[in-house]
Design a protein around this ligand. Structure first.
Ligand code: ZN
Length: 391
């Protein structure tokens, strides 16, 4: 069951901080912050009321020294510790966007000295109950007062998992600092074994995997939620792999879905961990006939105007960062654009050079390979990299 209020947490404030998510079909995520304060009860109390006063409440306030856990608002609604990215309300991205403020400083990574306890495990249990995968899709955290991190809009829009505030597009903070991301997940307990209240397992039983995976921007596996989960369940039933359902397929991925899916994988000849019931691209494509997932649509005229924009016009003008970022990610995947500039959403000279290289690869030359996208080359890029073109 997805947890809305963590029973181990004390309530902070009046319990109402945000509202409904803007993109509930996007994968679930958590965002880690540091309060840039000390720890201990006095700091906890002061910061708790300060965040209310400035209306920047996260969902969770956590003390890494005392394991004290507070919660401001329900996990299935938005918090307000992030800045918007233009018109994108980053606080409201995803099935959930659970924000955690840790009483620590980014310059002194808290995982080096913290003392996580049962409340931290309760927090991680709650995050996982929403299907947030044990992954850091934006990569490395900022390691000092530096800006050398990915704030990719595409990653943010399409990937579930754990983010630092430093990874969120439209934001310029670098918290939570260079915390040890593995230590963080490990301190949360084993993801694959549901909590049994401290019982020790006498004999290992065949356990059902509770891992999750993201394919085509959609999350599959235990706890995943959405119409795409129901669709997979229906397809399994149709193919004769519905035996584990007691009440039929539904929108939240359960152990029954995993057991049925494992049967489907075995029927395709997969064995071992390839038949653990957590979908892979091949088995999913076979089951659904196509790979589900929202393909981004790139508007060709937006792209052309972004590419032709006077580089002097830094302010104003039309830049269409969303369209540009999709194309940049594809150029990066082709090895034509360095990851440093990929997905910055600006069709600058490096992007233009990269696109011209793509055009030459498509057989164009001269003015046909000037780096200004054309329909045919763009459609060809999209066919390989999962976007469609609106001309
Ligand atoms: Zn922050």
């Amino acid at each position: 069951m997805a947890e809305i209020w963590i029973k181990e947490a004390e309530r902070l404030g009046d319990g109402s901080i945000g509202g409904a998510m803007d993109s509930p079909s996007a994968p679930p995520r958590a965002v880690w912050h540091t309060t840039e304060s000390g720890a201990g009860d006095a700091a906890f109390n002061a910061v708790a009321s300060y965040l209310i006063r400035v209306q920047s409440e996260p969902h969770i306030l956590y003390d890494p020294m005392t394991d004290r856990l507070g919660q401001y608002g329900p996990l299935n609604a938005s918090a307000r510790a992030l800045r918007n990215d233009g018109s994108t309300r980053t606080n409201r991205t995803g099935r959930v966007c659970i924000q955690i403020e840790v009483l620590a400083k980014a310059g002194k990574p808290f995982t080096a000295y913290w003392r996580p306890g049962p409340n931290f495990r309760a927090l991680m249990r709650a995050l996982r109950s929403w299907g947030i995968p044990d992954a850091w899709p934006a990569g490395a955290l900022a390691s000092s007062y530096s800006d050398d991190v990915s704030r990719s809009r595409i990653t943010w829009a399409t990937k579930g998992g754990h983010y630092g505030h430093c990874h969120v597009p439209g934001n310029d903070h670098w918290d939570p600092g260079a915390i040890d991301v593995r230590a963080l997940l490990t301190a949360g307990g084993d993801n694959s074994i549901p909590s049994t209240g401290g019982e020790t397992k006498a004999t290992p039983e065949p356990s059902v995997s509770r891992a999750t995976t993201t394919i085509g921007g959609l999350v599959y596996g235990y706890g995943a939620h959405g119409d795409h989960v129901t669709a997979v369940g229906r397809a399994l039933v149709e193919k004769g792999h519905g035996a584990a359902y007691r009440v039929g397929p539904g929108p939240t991925w359960s152990d029954a879905d995993t057991v049925n899916y494992a049967g489907w994988q075995r029927s395709l000849g997969f064995t071992g961990s390839d038949a653990d019931g957590v979908p892979g691209e091949t088995s999913l494509r076979h089951l659904m006939g196509t790979l589900p997932g929202a393909q981004p649509v790139v508007d060709l005229s937006n792209l052309i105007s972004a590419a032709r924009r006077d580089p002097g016009l830094r302010q104003g003008g039309t830049t269409h960062p969303t369209d540009v970022a999709v194309v940049e990610a594809a150029l990066r995947a082709e090895g034509l654009l360095s990851s440093r500039y990929a997905a910055d959403g600006s069709f600058g000279s490096l992007t233009k050079t990269a696109y011209a290289a793509w055009q030459r690869r498509c057989g164009y030359s001269g003015s046909g390979a000037d780096g200004i996208p054309g329909r045919a080359s763009l459609e060809r890029l999209g066919a390989t990299h999962g976007f469609t073109v609106k001309a």
